[in-house]
Design a protein. Structure first.
Length: 161
């Protein structure tokens, strides 16, 4: 008698746990998670002098996204570009996504997320916060309108399960 009741209650408990777990997972997938991704707008830069390395003969793509400065009076030349870091944001469909982007290099970076009605401008020294719901799956580029063709990232929205 005791044994039967014990087994029944154990089964019920296990069932309740399973249902609760499934329910939580289900509601998380349906409503999405809140995701906050911290990013920076940066300008990696390097240089040397012509006595060590010759000035490159191949030009970089046109636009403000890349810069190759000719040797100065001391023979020093530099190369730089602009980047979002990270430049791939991977979320699940339904997630409420918040990007917190600190502007470190460059006065400002006006940007849009193509395919989403999302635009923002990152300014140096300011933390720009952008929140949206990732309701469409796919790969969506986000470009700085100033520093092309280099400063482009991808929002990757995976299908909800
Ligand atoms: Cu920019």
């Amino acid at each position: 008698m005791f044994g039967h009741n014990f087994e029944a209650s154990t089964v019920l408990l296990a069932l309740a746990v399973a249902l609760t777990t499934a329910g939580l997972a289900g509601s998380a997938a349906a409503a999405g998670m809140k995701r906050t991704i911290t990013m920076v707008a940066v300008e990696p830069k390097g240089g040397t002098t012509v006595d060590k390395e010759p000035f490159p003969s191949t030009p970089l793509p046109e636009g403000k996204g890349y810069a190759l400065t000719s040797p100065d009076a001391n023979g020093r030349w530099e190369v730089s570009t602009y980047r979002w870091q990270p430049n791939q944001i991977i979320v699940n469909q339904g997630d409420e996504v918040t990007l917190e982007i600190l502007g470190i290099n460059g006065a400002e970076h006006p940007a849009t997320v193509e395919g989403y009605d999302v635009s923002f401008t990152v300014k140096r020294g300011e933390l720009t916060t952008v929140t949206f719901t990732a309701d469409k799956t796919g790969v969506f580029p986000f470009r700085c309108g100033t520093h092309q063709p280099a400063m482009v990232g991808e929002l990757i929205v995976l299908p909800g399960s």
